[in-house]
Design a protein around this ligand. Structure first.
Ligand code: SF4
Length: 217
């Protein structure tokens, strides 16, 4: 099975539960959500004219719209160059694609998988994949994605965003233990202060996009 890959690289996970974990990021092309503060706008459109060779994608040294259809066997070969055993499948919106084959294969090869999704599509992946749901206010997440999530990480820009957080959390009826975190958008100081107070008040976690403070990819 092939996946449209925009970037594949090893770094430190900077967000959510696995913050600080050496990770390989597989960034898939395509996202219909179009958040205005998105920092990966180059992944939104999956245009044929940007379909390039695997080599061009692997050797990218700066972000752009180019992507390549890569099969799981070749993805594995690329992964084996690196030491990390944690693989983050991100985007764009990775759940536009059926991720069952890639997550199962990677697990068989000794990797742990994590998917970062906005929750607008059903999540199709292995049972053990860690799901980080990051709902965006412009599109409501599907119930399936909420139920399947292991953590819910909310981007916060202003105080009113907390109403959206409460609205989603109050509607979760199952008893599954999930990690809830707030993430200030774009290192904005006011957003950070709002997140810190709300996290302390509600016993939620703070996610600060560590990679941006460390200035790594
Ligand atoms: S869902 Fe994610 S990738 Fe898509 S526009 Fe929003 S922030 Fe960007």
């Amino acid at each position: 099975m092939h996946y449209p890959i925009n970037e594949i690289f090893q770094t430190i996970q900077g967000e959510g539960y696995y913050t600080g974990t050496p990770s390989i990021f597989i960034r898939l092309q395509g996202c219909p959500v179009h958040c205005h503060w998105c920092d990966t706008k180059y992944t939104w459109i999956c245009s044929d004219k940007d379909n390039v060779s695997i080599k061009e994608v692997i050797n990218k040294n700066k972000a752009n719209k180019k992507w390549s259809l890569i099969n799981v066997k070749d993805i594995l070969k690329i992964l084996k160059k690196w030491t990390a055993k944690h693989v983050v499948i991100s985007g764009g919106e990775p759940c536009l694609y059926n991720l069952s084959h890639i997550t199962r294969t990677l697990e068989t090869e000794g990797y742990r998988c994590q998917i970062e999704t906005s929750g607008i599509q059903n999540i199709i992946c292995s049972f053990n994949t860690w799901i980080t749901l990051s709902p965006k206010q412009n599109i409501k997440p599907l119930n399936q994605s909420i139920i399947r999530s292991n953590e819910i990480k909310f981007p916060i820009f202003k105080k009113e965003d907390l109403l959206y957080v409460n609205n989603i959390l109050l509607n979760i009826k199952d008893k599954k233990k999930r990690i809830i975190s707030l993430q200030p958008v774009s290192q904005n100081q006011e957003a950070l202060n709002i997140c810190i107070s709300a996290c302390i008040k509600n016993n939620w976690k703070l996610s600060v996009q560590l990679h941006k403070y460390l200035n790594v990819q």
